[in-house]
Design a protein around this ligand. Structure first.
Ligand code: 6PG
Length: 267
């Protein structure tokens, strides 16, 4: 296993969410002290949203300058803006409505009643990512020859499906195979609802740190395969690799199929 992959176990779902929240608050504070602002990519799913709720409930969240945090989404469902299925709506209810964010720094994916077609939502998010990347690039003397298609992500959260999907990149489907594009549309998601917008693996892997959060026995097989280095087209989670660090934050049940050697960091 690559040296920058870390696995951390937690006794229960609740402890996993609370600990990930504490870890996230600390990481945002550290990044803000270095860079003045921080960028976080949120995920849908039970653990991802529970983590946001735990952030809101932690007194330590008051130490973060939330007006200087840029929020993006790894994926969202292409449903009406007021649908309870919207990841951004769930994130708002769990955290964003309870902190002083700068609305200009909260980047949500278009809903099905704000644009006519899924490919418009995809193009709109890609353009928003590119615009943010250009703004960073223009302000950074050490920038590469040209602006990348996405801004710097300090922490990117990913939930994990039982089939080892991450974001809305599902095994064997077009999204996990996409190359050279930052965002894709998903027409027939195996996990309802069927229409979604998702970052591609290339965009996900541009993040400084990727935190994969998973809980429950139904995720154990996906975790085991994801950590075993399986092919990313069959096991999308195995393709998730942060530039500096990839953390698998698991409860005991989800870690049931992780080889002991990996837990010890032997390989
Ligand atoms: C989504 C999520 C998806 C989710 C996983 C895990 O929009 O559905 O982004 O990737 O994180 O399916 O979800 P659960 O933790 O609820 O199983």
């Amino acid at each position: 296993m690559s040296s920058n992959v870390r696995i951390t176990l937690h006794p229960t779902f609740e402890v996993l969410a609370a600990t990930t929240a504490a870890r996230l608050i600390t990481r945002l504070l550290d990044v803000q002290s270095e860079r003045g602002e921080a960028t976080l990519v949120l995920t849908g799913g039970s653990v991802g949203i529970a983590t946001l709720r735990a952030v809101a409930q932690s007194p330590a969240h008051l130490a973060v300058d939330w007006a200087k945090v840029n929020f993006w989404f790894g994926d969202d469902r292409f449903v009406p803006a007021d649908s309870p299925d919207r990841n951004c709506g769930q994130a708002a209810e769990a955290l964003l409505d309870h902190i002083r964010v700068d609305p200009a720094r909260v980047h949500t994916m278009a809903a099905s009643d704000t644009v006519d077609r899924l490919d418009e939502a995809v193009a709109q998010y890609a353009a928003e990512l590119a615009s943010a990347a250009r703004a960073e690039w223009e302000n950074d003397d050490a920038s590469p020859a040209e602006a990348p298609p996405f801004p710097r992500f300090d922490v990117l959260l990913l939930g994990l499906g039982p089939d080892a999907h991450v974001a809305s990149l599902f095994p064997e489907m077009a999204g996990i195979r996409a190359k050279g594009v930052p965002v894709v549309g998903v027409q027939n998601s195996p996990k309802p609802p069927p229409l979604r917008v998702s970052l591609t693996l290339e965009t996900i892997n541009s993040a400084q740190e990727i935190w994969i959060v998973a809980a429950g026995a139904d995720k154990a097989a996906a975790v085991g395969l994801g950590l075993a280095g399986a092919n990313e087209v069959q096991v999308p989670a195995s393709g998730a690799r942060g530039r500096n660090k990839t953390m698998w934050l698991l409860d005991q049940a989800a870690a049931a199929k992780v080889p002991a050697a990996l837990m010890r960091g032997d390989s």
